[in-house]
Design a protein around this ligand. Structure first.
Ligand code: MRU
Length: 350
């Protein structure tokens, strides 16, 4: 069974970045056009684009937009580099938890360092080319993650996933869903349980959309169903993505991931993280040092126009949580699998 791409997460056309506006999935497939880098900052903040690798690639293209804006403004090289520095700072601030954002901007900054004496047009070309390379590399890495992860999955398996770590959270193909795709493509008999993933429902809206489109057998469940299904022997393994992996192997991912890791340990089920090396942050010692994004309470008190909670109720809305390394059976990267991750094994990856 060959993977056929349904929709592009993002693409560059006519000097602009087009992002699939994921706020409207699954009902509307609409692209949001980002002409300026500030358009990209807004799209990341408003979660038109989301998922750690997709945010990183978008930010890289955001830097290309900033370079193009500099050309339009008629800036010389010095003015352009200073404008790009501002753009990098704003893009870096768009969301705090996924390290891929900083990683991508850093790669573009390295390109700028190599072009300190170049003409503005050449700088634009170099930045855009690096963003395109990063996009292509991400898809290749996801396919490798999928191929490695496939080795962990038996010929018949019931797999639980959380949030969306799919084609739409990345440049394409996906990390956790990349593993699921590879397993399905290899002909194994799988069934996927998708956590709806409150409050923004990335599971119900986006993962369900991806799996439905490709006819990968799947069932949507409420977030609170996992323990019961595990107790009944209906789950064989859990695979999720990551937003940031600390030097000691602790993992930040969508809120509710830690719950699943605890449940998987209790029920003696494998708990896998699938993520590219760009998600590892060697500068962060452990999970407790990772900044966890806190989002608006309105995401919890209602959905869209519909309000479900009494006005004025206090809300706590953490977007991510930390799963300690000792609850992780293995981390699957493009370089291979590391079982029972620890500081030394993480270090061996980079
Ligand atoms: O808030 P989101 O939708 O950006 O959160 C996404 C996740 O938590 C994903 O699991 C993670 O970014 C990995 S995507 C390959």
């Amino acid at each position: 069974m060959e993977y056929k791409k349904i929709v592009d997460t993002l693409y560059w056309d006519n000097d602009s970045l087009y992002l699939l506006d994921q706020r409207f999935l699954p009902h509307r497939v609409d692209y949001r056009c980002c002409r300026t880098y500030r358009d990209t900052v807004d799209a990341i903040k408003e979660m038109s684009v989301r998922g750690a690798p997709a945010i990183g690639i978008s930010a890289a293209f955001g830097m290309a937009s900033a370079a193009r804006e500099s050309l339009q403004k008629g800036y010389n090289t010095v003015q352009m580099l200073s404008f790009l520095e501002e753009a990098a700072a704003e893009l870096n601030r768009a969301r705090p938890t996924a390290v891929n954002l900083y990683w991508a901007i850093k790669r573009i900054e390295n390109i700028l360092q190599d072009n300190l004496e170049s003409e503005p047009a050449a700088i634009y070309k170099a930045v855009l080319s690096e963003a395109k390379i990063m996009h292509e590399e991400d898809i290749k890495n996801n396919r490798l993650i999928g191929a490695h992860g496939n080795n962990l999955v038996p010929s018949k398996a019931s797999i639980l996933t959380h949030c969306n770590a799919g084609a739409l959270a990345t440049g394409g193909y996906g990390t956790a869903l990349g593993v699921i795709r590879a397993v399905f493509e290899s002909g194994k008999d799988i069934h996927v349980f998708i956590d709806e993933t409150r409050p923004l429902l990335q599971g119900a809206r986006i993962t369900a959309f991806e799996l439905e489109q490709e006819k990968i057998p799947a069932t949507l469940i409420t977030d609170s169903s996992a323990a019961y299904l595990m107790s009944r022997g209906e789950i064989d393994l859990v695979v999720v993505g990551a937003d940031r992996i600390a030097a000691n192997g602790d993992v930040a991912n969508k809120i509710g991931t830690y719950n699943l890791a605890v449940l998987a340990a209790y029920h003696e089920l494998p708990f896998y993280i699938a993520a590219p090396l760009s998600t590892i942050d060697p500068e962060i010692d452990s999970g407790s040092d990772i900044i966890i994004e806190e989002r608006s309470g309105s995401e919890v008190t209602g959905f869209g126009e519909c309000c479900v909670a009494p006005q004025g109720i206090a809300v706590l809305n953490y977007a991510f949580d930390i799963t300690p390394a000792n609850l992780i059976t293995a981390i699957v990267t493009e370089k291979g699998i590391i079982s029972t991750p620890d500081r030394n094994k993480i270090k061996s990856l980079y």
